[in-house]
Design a protein around this ligand. Structure first.
Ligand SMILES: NC(=O)c1ccc[n+]([C@@H]2O[C@H](COP(=O)([O-])OP(=O)(O)OC[C@H]3O[C@@H](n4cnc5c(N)ncnc54)[C@H](O)[C@@H]3O)[C@@H](O)[C@H]2O)c1
Length: 350
């Protein structure tokens, strides 16, 4: 934990002192150029990911970058090329891969517990900007965020689909903006939150509120994904169901220590969704050796700890760690295809 970077000198110093970093700066160039730094973790809004990641890679730093990797496929490809050229370790922070229940689902699918996969159905729903008076923060501005619900949250369930089922082959998408104008925020607003009420000077919303798509995977499975920020009552609702020829899996992020499994090879009189509490130590459930005795549940923050632990170990060992920038490029291709399809009304090949 060498150096922390932010825009506001007083705020970044306060964060440094509170969190125990060695130093703080308001200029990210200092970090990517410092010989004392090995790893750069990019948590800025989406429009600066590419510039910082490419500069860090050119200086030989390993890079962990937040999702969506970039604003466009082209930008993501440039990031991947810079990372490959410098032979650094690169990773996109799709932290949901490292929920123990999701890692357990991956293991069960790889072992054939579901048989041939028929369906991947995923929903990511939030409601933080549902009030039309909620201001035009950066997540609602295309120039900064690239897209709306599509890049912000669809990217996560696209990543989980690629992780658990396989590569997308083609998509047919629908995007929509329900609230077209919002109050402009004052300087200092954040991506999700806004302190108090914004003044009533209005600005144009340039991103989607909702993005949905149907798709096919290369392995023949069908996909059905929905991402929305206007689902009142849904705060950070992520729901997945995967159906195969032998069984099904169901996951609900609001109950993230559990994985539901239907096994059609069980005797017919006792078939039903089994409730696996994914907290067993002793190598039984992924990541849980590092935490509490069985049944002592973990939460959202642990998914980032798992991500960072895997990333730092990969840097120390000089090995690749998934999801790489190549995964980021593939994800971005699906995001762009959804937008292209939504515009043209046509199916788009990935
Ligand atoms: N993996 C996840 O589940 C997850 C969750 C939330 C956010 N994110 C991603 O993290 C990123 C940040 O989102 P957020 O909600 O934390 O945004 P935010 O607006 O709350 O915070 C962004 C931070 O970046 C800093 N910053 C902006 N420009 C900078 C610059 N030029 N130099 C130095 N610092 C700068 C700001 O000072 C602020 O501290 C986005 O890419 C977002 O998609 C990912």
């Amino acid at each position: 934990m060498h150096s922390l970077c932010g825009r506001n000198p007083a705020a970044v110093q306060a964060a440094r002192a509170q969190l125990g970093w060695h130093s703080a700066t308001t200029d990210w160039h200092e970090l990517v150029e410092s010989p004392l730094i090995d790893i750069v973790d990019i948590n800025t809004p989406n429009d600066s990911h590419a510039e910082i990641a490419i500069a860090a890679a050119q200086n030989g730093k390993h890079v962990l970058c937040e999702k969506p990797l970039a604003l466009t496929v082209k930008q993501a490809q440039a990031m991947l090329a810079a990372a490959q050229k410098s032979k650094i370790v690169h990773m996109v922070c799709h932290n949901y891969r490292r929920i123990p229940a999701i890692a357990q689902a991956k293991k069960m699918i790889a072992e054939g517990a579901l048989g041939q996969i028929y369906h991947y159905r995923a929903r990511y729903a939030q409601d933080w900007p549902a009030d039309p008076e909620f201001p035009l923060v950066w997540r609602l501005q295309k120039a900064v965020s690239g897209s709306g619900a599509n890049g912000d949250i669809n990217s996560h369930i696209i990543d989980l689909g690629r992780f658990l089922v396989g590569e997308f082959k083609e998509v047919c998408g629908l995007t929509h903006t329900f609230i077209h104008e919002r109050p402009l925020p004052e300087a200092g607003s954040k991506g999700h939150s806004y302190p108090g009420k914004a003044p009533r000077k209005m600005g144009k919303v340039t991103v989607d509120d909702a993005a949905m798509f149907l798709g096919r995977f290369e392995n023949g499975a069908l996909a059905n994904l929905e991402a929305t920020r206007l689902a009142l009552g849904r705060k950070n609702h992520i729901e997945l169901e995967i159906n195969g020829s032998k069984g099904s899996l169901y996951f609900d992020f609001e109950d993230m220590n559990r994985l539901k499994f239907f096994d059609s090879t069980n005797p017919p009189d006792r078939q039903g969704f089994r409730d696996i509490l994914v907290t067993q130590q002793g190598g039984v459930h992924p990541y849980m050796n590092n935490w509490w005795p069985a049944g002592h549940i973990i939460g959202y923050e642990h998914t980032f700890i798992h991500t960072i632990a895997d990333f730092v170990n990969a840097c120390v060992e000089g090995k690749p760690v998934q999801p790489t920038f190549e995964d980021g490029v593939r994800n971005q291709r699906v995001l762009e295809a959804v937008e292209e399809s939504a515009k043209s009304g046509k199916w788009i090949k990935i």
